[in-house]
Design a protein around this ligand. Structure first.
Ligand SMILES: NC(=O)c1ccc[n+]([C@@H]2O[C@H](COP(=O)([O-])OP(=O)(O)OC[C@H]3O[C@@H](n4cnc5c(N)ncnc54)[C@H](OP(=O)(O)O)[C@@H]3O)[C@@H](O)[C@H]2O)c1
Length: 257
C-alpha cells in the first residue's frame, strides 16, 4: 500500500511518516522541501503515481484571513484533482475540532472550506478533526500575551499530544474511508487558562495568567464548549503532565572526563 503524506515534513506529518513506515507501509513524504507543492501542482503527479491513499497534513505558512483561505482552497483543489487523475482511493485530511463554532476566525473559515471541498469531491475520504496539540500550548500563550499578562477565557480544553494525533491518523489512513468526520481529543479536560498557567509554571515562565471570560482566543470569543470534542471522540493516551515533564526535562550537562 503506497501512502503519500502531503505535509510530511511538518510536526504531525513527520511523526505520521515514521509511524506508517514502522507499520510496513510504502510512504512518500511530500512537501516543498522534497519538490512537491500543492499550491502550484509541482511534483504532485509523480508523488501520487501508484498511491492508494493521500493524507493531507499541510498547513498554511500565513494565517492572515485572505492568505489562509487561498492556501487551503487552492491546495485542496489541486490535491483532489491530482488524486482523481492518479486514481487515489482514500483522501485523509486533518482538521480541527469545533471548526464550525469558530468561524469568526479566518483560519477556521479556511479549514471549513477545505472540509467542504473534500466532501464535494468524488474521492472517498476520512476527515480527522483533532483538538489542539500539546505542542501548540506555547503558541496560545504567546498570542494571548500583553506585557507580562496572559489573558485567556476559562473555556473547556482537551488538548492532545502530536504523537497521539499521528497515531490516530496512521490507523485511519491504513483503514477504509469512512466518508465522514472522526473526532479525536486528549484524555483529560482542563480550563484553558488553568492549563496555560500550569505550562508556564513548569517552564519557569514569569508571565501571569488572568482568567477573563471575554478574553479572545486567536481574536475570537469562544463559548465554554467550543473547543471540546463530542462524546464519541477517540481519545489519545498521553496525559498533559507526563508530556510536560518530558518536554521540560533538562538535558544533563556532560562532565569533562
Ligand atoms: N495546531 C493545532 O493544535 C492543530 C489542531 C488540530 C488540527 N491542526 C491541523 O493540523 C495540520 C498540520 O499542522 P502541523 O502543526 O503539523 O503543521 P506544520 O508543522 O506547520 O507543517 C506544515 C506542513 O505543510 C507543508 N506545506 C506548506 N506549504 C505547502 C505547500 N504549498 N505544498 C505542500 N506542502 C506544504 C510544510 O512543508 P515544508 O516543511 O516543506 O515547508 C509542512 O510539511 C494543519 O492543517 C492544522 O490545521 C492543528
Amino acid at each position: 500500500m503506497k501512502i503519500v503524506v502531503v505535509g510530511g515534513t511538518g510536526l504531525i506529518g513527520s511523526k505520521l511518516v515514521k509511524k506508517l513506515r514502522e507499520r510496513g507501509q510504502e510512504v512518500v513524504a511530500a512537501s516543498p522541501t522534497s519538490g512537491v507543492n500543492t499550491l502550484t501542482g509541482e511534483g504532485l503527479a509523480d508523488a501520487l503515481k501508484g498511491a492508494s491513499t493521500a493524507v493531507d497534513v499541510t498547513n498554511s505558512p500565513s494565517w492572515e484571513d485572505a492568505a489562509v483561505l487561498k492556501f487551503f482552497e487552492t491546495s485542496t483543489r489541486n490535491l483532489l484533482d491530482y488524486e482523481a487523475a492518479a486514481d487515489v482511493q482514500h483522501h485523509v485530511a486533518l482538521s480541527v475540532v469545533g471548526t464550525e463554532r469558530l468561524l469568526e476566525s479566518g483560519f477556521f473559515r479556511a479549514k471549513l472550506a477545505q472540509e467542504n471541498l473534500i466532501k464535494a469531491s468524488s474521492i472517498p475520504y476520512s476527515i480527522v478533526r483533532a483538538t489542539q496539540f500539546f505542542e501548540f500550548v506555547k503558541n496560545i500563550a504567546g498570542v494571548s500575551t500583553e506585557g507580562n499578562i496572559v489573558r485567556l477565557p476559562p473555556a473547556l480544553f482537551q488538548p492532545m499530544a502530536a504523537e497521539d494525533v499521528a497515531g490516530a491518523i496512521a490507523r485511519i489512513a491504513m483503514g477504509s474511508p469512512v466518508n465522514d468526520t472522526v473526532e479525536i481529543g486528549g484524555p483529560e479536560q482542563f480550563r484553558l487558562d488553568e492549563l496555560i498557567r500550569r505550562d508556564l509554571a513548569a517552564r519557569k515562565d514569569p508571565r501571569e495568567v488572568i482568567s477573563d471570560p471575554h478574553a479572545r482566543y486567536y481574536g475570537i470569543e469562544v463559548s465554554e464548549r467550543a473547543l471540546v470534542p463530542n462524546d464519541d471522540a477517540r481519545l489519545g493516551e498521553t496525559r498533559f503532565e507526563d508530556w510536560l515533564r518530558q518536554a521540560t526535562q533538562q538535558v544533563p550537562h556532560l562532565q569533562p572526563a
